[in-house]
Design a protein around this ligand. Sequence first.
Ligand code: CA
Length: 229
Amino acid sequence: MSKDHPTVLVVEDEPAQREVLSYNLQAEGFYVETAPDGDEALIVVQEVCPDIIVLDWMLPGTSGIEVCRQLKTRTETAGIPIIMLSARSEEVDRVRGLETGADDYVIKPYSVLELMARVRNQLRRVRPAAVGQRLKFEDIELDAETHRVTRREKQLKLGPTEFRLLTTFMEKPGRVWSREQLLDRVWGRDIYVDSRTVDVHIGRLRKALCAQGGEDPLRTVRGAGYALG
Ligand code: CA
């Protein structure tokens, strides 16, 4: 599965709960990674760079709170939304959870439907197109649900790879993406694709974007990669 499906990391030590969460998240179309404890969670985060983390508070070894604190203090991972799960309901714990930087907090036993809504809610901030929101950058508009892209209100013809590339750029205008990051996000990490392939598709995307006139909105950053705007 390509990484334009958001990746959710589920950190939960109870196998049955991990299973239920994974099943429901996959049914929503998410790519799911799991970790049974805090130490493994920290390793998996480095490996897969998830879009969002559902993190149990009580874990063997490194606790959920400590995992959260560590991820929120590192610049590379600080932006990943974290939803904490906890059996504790006291207000004081809730405050502590939010103080460590958790973005949301759900008390066990929770309703799976409610948790799914909260996951989507967090993703709306970091992966807006993945939850069906329209994206706009200057005169370019992209509708992730209908796969329609327009520039100056004229429809553009994009292949599926160019569409995913543009979605990635439009979710974070200004961000510089390396070829490897684009390969991971657009092609998926399980497929071997030569990094020159990225250049070929960037070329096609540029051509499509400029087909109706207008300046090239994509920027080549020497030695680093590509950015929109
Ligand atoms: Ca637990």
